[in-house]
Every structure is written in structure tokens, then in C-alpha cells.
Design a protein around this ligand. Structure first.
Ligand SMILES: Nc1nc2c(ncn2[C@@H]2O[C@H](COP(=O)(O)OP(=O)(O)OP(=O)(O)O)[C@@H](O)[C@H]2O)c(=O)[nH]1
Ligand SMILES: [Mg+2]
Length: 304
């Protein structure tokens, strides 16, 4: 059994006191409002411990991603949001150790320069996510330097040129064989927090959703949650962070997404990438489970 995610109710032990009880009027101190709010999780874990959650998510993913179903998950979002890091995080969990399949940017430059497809190296029967392919894309930028409109449309239509396929694969693949079954829109919590209501990003997101074909599911993954002030790297605080809750609400309000399709994660980057832990993985498992289920069920999940 691992560490409980929420405090289980402790049974009251009946102990006979061996020393006389001195009755002192209790000092009642009211908890600061902020502390009360912080302790109230706005989202619950499905199980009591991170390990139990992992077991549950893995079983659900296995059920949804049977090998004969090949699903394409396309990752889209602003440059620097953490799209490639999210893919690395998924593979880190699948492999149980730090994975660096996708190149992540280290400085200001946008890093992913071409659409890249990732699939598990292990046999489909053995791989937890079966024949699920994850397609990384170039970042969206408001200054016109990111992914082009044409490329974005091609990605959403499955007709994009995938950079890392060898010539033989390119020849044998139908160009539409990369049509997405689900689109994962990756946004940074810090970015959303810092954008005002008149932000240039709002029309970009609206435009993006309008382009997603109606039979393709979409969901949102929020990265950089560890960097919000009231989380500050403490993964236990993700679902009780007031700031993150505000970010989720802002996305829900501005983009028109229901909260159950928004998934906060902390990617395996930097120091945290050294060890894959159940607690950090829980958030990522939940998002990928929902993406695979969405791919299986099809149909747009965004309510606008
Ligand atoms: N602290 C923290 N850093 C993150 C997280 N996710 C990504 N990063 C960092 O954010 C930076 C950008 O990550 P990338 O994965 O390259 O972002 P991207 O969306 O693929 O960027 P482009 O390829 O340029 O579109 C890197 O320095 C990552 O280490 C996260 O959840 N927490
Ligand atoms: Mg990238």
C-alpha cells in the first residue's frame, strides 16, 4: 500500500486514561480562510493511493487500447507549452524510467520543427497502449512563426507529412492514415494564468477548435502546474490548488470546455525526470486514459 492521497478516516480508539484528566477550556482558533480553501480538493482521485490509481488507469487503458485498434493522438498547442515533454512523460511512465524520445526545447527557440510520430517500440500485444500513435507538432505562435495554417489543417485531416517516417513507410502509408482519433491541446498553466481577457490567444484557441473535425474528440492538458505559486513543486497540492482551479475555470469559460475534459499534469522534466513516481504519473495516466477512451468513442468532447 502506498501513501494515501486523501486522509482516510481514522477510527477513534477507546483508551482508558492512566492519568487524571484535567479539564481545561479548549482554545478555539479559527483556521485562516485561505488554509480552509486550500485543503478542499476541487477534484478527487479515483482511488485512495497513487499506486491504486495507477493500477486502475493501466487496466482502463489496456481495455480501451486493444491492439487491433490503432488510434492516432495528435498533440497541438502553443510553442513551449510542453507538448514534446508530455510525450516524453507518457513514454517515461510506459518504460518506468526517464524517456527522451522527443526533443524538448532548452532555450527560447521553438524546438519541434516537423510533425513527428511516436509509437511504442515494444510488441503491440505487450505494450500497454497497444497500437496508439502519438503525433507531435510544431508550436502555435501568434507572431506567425509557428505551425502554418496549412500544416495545422493537414495535421487535423491526417494528411500531414510526418518528418520521421522512413521512405518505405511513407510509400506504404495512405496519407490519411494519420487522421487523428483525438486531439490533445496542451497549454501551460503559467501562460493561461498570465493572459488577460483581451489576450491574443483567445481567438487562436477558438479558431483551433473550429478547425477540429466534429467527429474528432478533443481534450486539454495543462502543463507547468508545479510552477504555480500555491503548488510550488508539491504534487500533493495539484487538485487543491486555488490558482490551478482558477486556470481550469478560465479555460472552461474562455474556450468552452467542460472541466472533466481538462487535465492538469506535471511533466517529467529536469530533476523530476530522474525518478518516475506513482504520484506524478497519476495525473498523466488520467489524461492519457481519457484521450484513448475519447479516441475509442469518437465525437467531439468540447461543449461550446
Ligand atoms: N516545470 C515544468 N516545466 C515543463 C513542464 N512541461 C514542459 N516544461 C518545460 O517547458 C519547456 C518547453 O517544453 P517543450 O516540451 O519543448 O514544449 P513544446 O510545446 O514541445 O515546444 P515547441 O516544440 O517549441 O512547440 C522545456 O524547458 C520543458 O522542460 C512541466 O510540466 N513543468
Ligand atoms: Mg515540441
Amino acid at each position: 500500500m502506498g501513501r494515501p492521497l486523501t486522509k482516510p478516516s481514522v477510527p477513534v480508539a477507546h483508551v482508558v486514561p492512566v492519568v487524571p484528566v484535567v479539564h481545561v477550556a479548549p482554545v478555539v482558533r479559527e483556521a485562516p480562510v485561505d488554509a480552509v480553501v486550500r485543503l478542499q480538493p476541487w477534484r478527487k482521485f479515483v482511488m485512495n493511493t497513487a499506486e491504486e490509481c495507477e493500477t486502475y488507469y493501466k487496466a482502463e487503458i489496456k481495455k480501451a487500447s486493444v491492439p487491433e485498434n490503432g488510434y492516432n493522438l495528435v498533440i497541438i498547442g502553443p510553442t513551449g507549452a510542453g507538448k514534446s515533454s508530455y510525450i516524453n512523460s507518457i513514454y517515461a511512465m510506459l518504460e518506468g524510467s526517464h524517456s527522451c524520445v522527443a526533443r524538448v526545447r532548452a532555450n527560447g527557440d521553438n524546438c519541434t520543427k516537423e510533425c513527428t510520430i511516436y509509437k511504442s517500440k515494444t510488441d503491440q500485444e505487450e505494450c500497454l497502449i497497444g497500437d496508439v500513435k502519438i503525433i507531435d507538432t510544431m508550436g502555435i505562435q501568434t507572431d506567425g512563426n509557428g505551425i502554418t495554417d496549412e500544416c495545422l489543417n493537414a495535421v487535423l485531416d491526417g494528411k500531414v507529412e510526418i518528418g520521421n517516417l522512413d521512405e518505405k513507410e511513407k510509400m506504404t502509408k495512405e496519407r490519411t492514415s494519420f487522421r487523428p482519433h483525438a486531439v490533445i491541446i496542451v497549454v501551460s498553466a503559467r501562460h493561461i494564468e498570465s493572459t488577460g481577457n483581451d489576450s491574443a490567444w483567445r481567438p487562436v484557441f477558438h479558431d483551433l477548435f473550429d478547425r477540429i473535425p466534429t467527429d474528432v474528440s478533443s481534450l486539454i492538458v495543462i502543463t507547468h502546474c508545479d510552477m504555480l505559486n500555491d503548488i510550488n513543486g508539491d504534487l500533493n497540492k495539484v487538485y487543491s490548488s486555488v490558482r490551478l482551479k482558477a486556470v481550469v475555470e478560465k479555460i472552461g469559460r474562455d474556450i468552452g470546455v467542460t472541466h472533466e475534459h481538462i487535465f492538469p499534469v506535471v511533466n517529467y522534466v529536469g530533476e523530476s525526470a530522474r525518478h518516475v513516481t506513482p504520484l506524478q504519473s497519476v495525473y498523466i495516466w488520467e489524461s492519457i486514459m481519457c484521450a484513448i477512451r475519447a479516441a475509442k468513442n469518437k465525437g467531439k468532447m468540447i461543449q461550446r
